[in-house]
Design a protein around this ligand. Structure first.
Ligand SMILES: [Cu+2]
Length: 113
């Protein structure tokens, strides 16, 4: 009698554990998909200066929501040094920036029209 009661209690306990875990897992998957879309948002910027010697670019940029940064003019590193050959002062671009090895880095850009 005691054993049957314990078994029933364990089954009830296990099923209660299972339902919230399943529901929160489903919710987490939703959040990842939304976060990924937000990170792909392109920011408006304009090239102010190219420094090929140090591999850096100065951009005036709109607000960077992923880095919690307001609009400003600042220096970025670049993921690919060849980009410095493709850009020149005055170019308008749309870009993505992220922190790479602790340094704010231009990780993607395209020409703005
Ligand atoms: Cu900035």
């Amino acid at each position: 009698m005691d054993n049957k009661f314990i078994a029933a209690a364990l089954i009830a306990f296990a099923s209660q554990l299972g339902l919230p875990a399943y529901a929160s897992g489903d919710h987490a998957g939703h959040g990842i998909a939304q976060g990924g879309a937000a990170e792909k948002q392109m920011i408006d910027g304009q090239v102010k200066k190219i420094d090929k010697a140090t591999g850096k670019i100065t951009l005036s940029h709109g607000p960077l929501t992923n880095l919690n940064m307001p609009a400003m003019t600042m220096v970025f590193k670049v993921s690919n040094a060849a980009w410095l050959e493709q850009l020149k002062s005055g170019d308008k671009i749309r870009f993505m920036a992220d922190t790479v090895n602790g340094a704010l880095t231009l990780v993607h850009f395209e020409a703005a029209k």
